[in-house]
Design a protein around this ligand. Structure first.
Ligand SMILES: Cc1cc2nc3c(=O)[nH]c(=O)nc-3n(C[C@H](O)[C@H](O)[C@H](O)COP(=O)(O)OP(=O)(O)OC[C@H]3O[C@@H](n4cnc5c(N)ncnc54)[C@H](O)[C@@H]3O)c2cc1C
Length: 498
């Protein structure tokens, strides 16, 4: 068969962390299946999964306040935080399996231990944080969480943030040692190197333009070789659409009923980055604040130590903004092009409901560097403009769909959309994102390969010992997982002091 036409078992669209994870899981489960990957860019992990395009937080709800909501009766709903934490334990177990099996090496090139803190100011916020601490700190998943409203203690924890702070407002923080910084770009590249070593056919600079069903039930992909301009056709029994922001248009092309009445709302992002070693040395943590009133959850400000290319830097942001592009490398017509007869009313309803959000995002785009520095100074009072540069982050396309809450409701999570026969699945949305890639891809496997699941279960359990078990109902497993993943991934306290 010519290079411009092929038949394979599995096609993965996009070389981001999601396809990398699904491909790696499938290669372990069924090594002899033929897998082909099409990526329109020149290498893996160049869009949202790239280290400079996301914040690299190993999301385990240790510090992200938007995962614990205060209920009208004043109590704290921790259900989302528990779910995300459990999902992160699944990711860590899978990564540990890969390291222990020598399928990937040098875990410190993609994961580093880093304390996670939440920081709030003002009486009401301090009271919320205290209640959140009380609701979580006795849970074994959040073991070791500390709370302090003593400025002296906070100065020990976060000197850069406390220096020059002269407000008399109450201030408080929680801190937990067991947080992580993850370089998802590096991990994605490692996984693709591994996949290529296992004969997965990864074709960079190949853009998938159309997907249609053949008479014999396969999916036919029209692919353009970006360099030569030549059109190719490739067929597979199963297709995963892991195009990040580019997934929605591809899902629409499949024509599956499950993909109808869904829209996308693109949110752009900017970070401020500091590489001045003197400043960088004064901070060693991820510190999450509270989103401003009217701001979307993905613009919760945070100040993070990052470990990228063996260098420490600080990242502050993200400043969410509006751009009609679905990918950082996308087109200004992406949003308009995604409006179809089946989702036009959903999109219009979302547009009408989200005027204040859109206005907020447009205002954010218009901020000058000095205005952004002012926001940064709420975190680091003595921050100097010359120490900070602006970097453009990845695009997040939030799902819009009709729910019980009404037509055109904006969703802030990740969603797997799959055909009833399991022959195609797409991943939409971007939060909590890369951290939960393993759980999300296991969900794809569960939905799309139900007949194989029983036979695959022993291998899944070998890779992820807690698979199928609730950690909350098996607290004895938590300690075991912390120890074994800590050892495999190098997440020990000695490393935390580096
Ligand atoms: C500002 C920001 C901050 C974030 N912070 C965090 C964080 O701290 N922690 C966390 O866990 N997650 C975070 N995320 C989310 C996380 O980055 C994403 O969930 C994750 O990277 C998505 O991976 P993906 O593989 O789905 O998409 P991507 O990494 O975007 O990969 C999709 C790939 O598909 C390719 N593609 C698209 N269309 C086509 C096509 N038609 N043909 C061929 N190839 C195509 C693209 O070029 C791209 O390489 C953040 C995201 C953003 C934007």
């Amino acid at each position: 068969m010519s290079n411009r036409q092929s038949k394979t078992d599995v096609i993965l669209i996009g070389a981001g962390i999601m396809s990398a994870t699904l491909g790696t899981l499938l290669k372990e489960l069924v090594p002899d299946w033929k897998i082909t990957v099409f990526e329109k860019l020149a290498s893996a992990g160049e869009e949202s999964s790239n280290e400079w395009n996301n914040a690299g937080t190993g999301h385990a709800a240790l510090c992200e306040l938007n995962y614990t909501v205060e209920k009208p009766d004043g109590s704290i709903d921790v259900s989302k935080a528990l779910k995300i934490n459990e999902e992160y334990q699944v990711s860590k177990q899978f990564w540990s399996y890969l390291v222990n099996s020598n399928l990937i090496r040098n875990p410190h090139e993609f994961i580093m231990p880093l304390p996670h803190l939440s920081l709030v100011q003002g009486e009401q916020n301090v009271s919320f944080l205290k209640k959140r601490f009380e609701a979580l700190s006795n849970n074994p998943l959040f073991q070791g969480m500390e709370f302090s409203d003593n400025p002296q203690k906070l100065k020990e924890w976060i000197p850069l943030i406390m220096d020059g702070r002269d407000s008399n407002e109450p201030i408080a923080a929680t801190r937990i040692e067991s947080g992580t910084d993850v370089n998802f770009g590096s991990l994605t590249r490692m996984l693709f190197d591994h996949l290529q070593s296992k004969n997965v056919d990864v074709r960079y600079k190949h853009s998938v333009e159309d997907i249609s069903r053949t008479n014999d039930g396969l999916w036919d992909l029209k692919v353009i070789n970006v360099e030569s301009g030549l059109v190719e056709h490739h067929q597979a029994k199963f297709v995963f659409i892991g195009g990040g922001g580019g997934s929605l248009p591809l899902l629409q092309k499949t024509g599956i009923p499950e993909g109808k009445h869904i829209g996308g709302f693109p949110v752009s992002g900017l970070f401020m980055v500091c590489k001045n070693p003197e400043v960088v040395a004064q901070h060693h943590a991820k510190v999450y604040g509270k989103a401003k009133v009217g701001a979307p959850p993905m613009s919760v400000p945070h100040l993070d130590t990052r470990f990228i290319e063996n260098q420490k830097s600080l990242l502050f942001g993200p400043f969410a903004g509006f751009s009609p592009k679905f990918l950082k490398t996308g087109s200004l017509f992406d949003l308009l092009g995604s409006v179809k007869p089946d989702n036009v009313f959903t999109m219009l309803a979302a547009g009408a409901k989200n005027v204040p959000l859109t206005k907020y995002l447009i205002q954010q785009v218009m901020l000058s560097k000095e205005q952004r520095m002012e926001e940064l100074r709420e975190f680091i009072p003595n921050a100097k403009s010359e120490d900070w540069d602006t970097v453009v982050a990845g695009q997040r396309v939030q799902v819009i769909k009709d729910t019980a809450a009404g037509k055109g409701t904006l969703q802030f999570g990740t969603e797997v959309i799959s055909a009833a026969d399991g022959s195609v699945a797409a991943l939409l949305g971007a939060s909590p994102g890369a951290s939960t890639a393993v759980s999300v891809m296991l969900e794809v496997i569960k939905r799309c390969f139900p007949q194989e699941l029983a036979a695959w279960e022993p291998k899944i359990k070998e890779m992820i010992p807690s698979y199928g078990l609730s950690l909350l109902q098996h607290p004895e497993l938590i300690e075991e997982i912390h120890t074994s993943t800590g050892r495999a991934l190098g997440l020990t306290n000695e490393l935390a002091l580096v």
